[in-house]
Ligand binder design. Structure first.
Ligand SMILES: N=CN[C@@H](CCC(=O)O)C(=O)O
Length: 325
């Protein structure tokens, strides 16, 4: 449908997209989910990623959201890659519920359970996410859910202004969001509010490319002083493991310079996860995450589109080689 020109929401409304993945995720065992997560994280590490945000959001009911978060927790404990865990129970409105009912369920049942499991050390969740979009969660439901997450100590890091202008950026700035992702349809006022609030913009060039959306206005955001980060948006709709390719697309399609793309994929991405005190740059006191490439110039990592497999010799996390070509 997508290649033939259907829009993201047409596919979603026809039962594809998130709804399709929700059905499969509900059916999958924890072991199966862990196996696929492990394999995908290894692919990301080989492409140079040492810290990654992993989201739930394909369960929607409490039982499956918790299953996803347990799988993420297991990866966080067992794997060399750093993980920031995001609860995204408001990724879509579950069948049989209205958005208001789904928001009530999240606030009254999901969030208290997350708080309890966090307190007794069973799972660690860092961030809360909502898909704030026309036909999914409106601004009011988004506000209630994000505020509920903030009240239990989660950082706000949510989907906003992707397919329609929603005033999500303005809302995020008001709520003290750490980051908002997508932002293809952000308003000028939203950009100004994000800059003032220190709310970072997580731009996702693969999504704009694969959904044939207009590009987010990276240049305007940078000029206005927004902290611009880049993400791969790895999900069934944008299957890309490679941050070097994401940086390349950001330079070509969003007109970012190579140093801007590098900063966006490292220190600013760490900021978007509240981790820039430990990650994102090589500084005394931070953990030693770096890659070693076989090239006379670092720019080749971006310039050679899809060339990272050849270029990356070592990936080092916390000072230890986690991948060697
Ligand atoms: N836009 C909503 N969420 C995801 C896509 C999820 C899916 O289609 O499975 C995103 O960030 O791109």
């Amino acid at each position: 449908m997508k290649l033939a020109g259907a829009t993201y929401m047409e596919i979603h409304q026809a039962g594809g997209g998130i709804n399709f993945t929700v059905e499969r995720t509900r059916q999958a065992s924890e072991e199966e989910l862990f196996g696929s997560l492990q394999q995908r994280l290894q692919c990301m590490m080989r492409a140079g990623t040492t810290l990654v945000e992993c989201k739930s959001g394909y369960g929607l009911n409490l039982e499956t959201e918790l299953k996803m978060l347990r799988v993420i927790e297991r990866a966080r404990r067992q794997m060399a890659v750093g993980i920031s865990a995001t609860y995204c129970g408001a990724h879509s409105v579950p069948k049989g519920k209205t958005a208001t009912e789904a928001a009530d369920d999240i606030i009254n049942n999901h969030l208290p359970k997350l708080k309890e499991l966090g307190r007794n050390g069973q799972i660690h969740v860092d961030n809360i996410d909502v898909f704030c979009e026309k036909g999914v969660f409106d601004l009011d439901s988004t506000r209630r859910i994000l505020q509920g997450g903030k009240d239990i100590g989660l950082q706000i890091n949510f989907h906003g202004d992707e397919l329609h202008p929603m005033k999500a950026a303005e809302l995020g700035a008001e709520l003290g969001a750490r980051a908002i992702s997508h932002l293809e349809e952000v308003s000028d006022e939203g950009i100004a509010a994000m800059a003032t609030a220190g709310c970072s913009a997580v731009l996702l060039p693969t999504t704009a490319y694969m959904l044939r959306l207009k590009q987010p206005r990276a240049r305007k955001m940078l000029d206005e002083g927004v902290i611009v980060a880049l993400g791969s948006d790895f999900n069934p709709n944008a299957y890309c493991f490679s941050m070097p390719m994401v940086m390349h697309l950001a330079c070509v399609n969003m007109r970012m310079s190579m140093p801007e793309a590098l900063a966006a994929a490292t220190i600013n991405a760490a900021y978007a996860l509240g981790k820039s005190h430990t990650h994102g740059s090589l500084e005394v006191g931070k953990q030693g995450d770096l890659i070693i490439i076989n090239s006379s110039r670092w720019e080749h990592l971006i310039y050679q589109f899809g060339g990272h497999n050849e270029l990356i010799e070592y990936v080092i996390a916390k000072g230890k080689a986690v991948y060697k070509k």
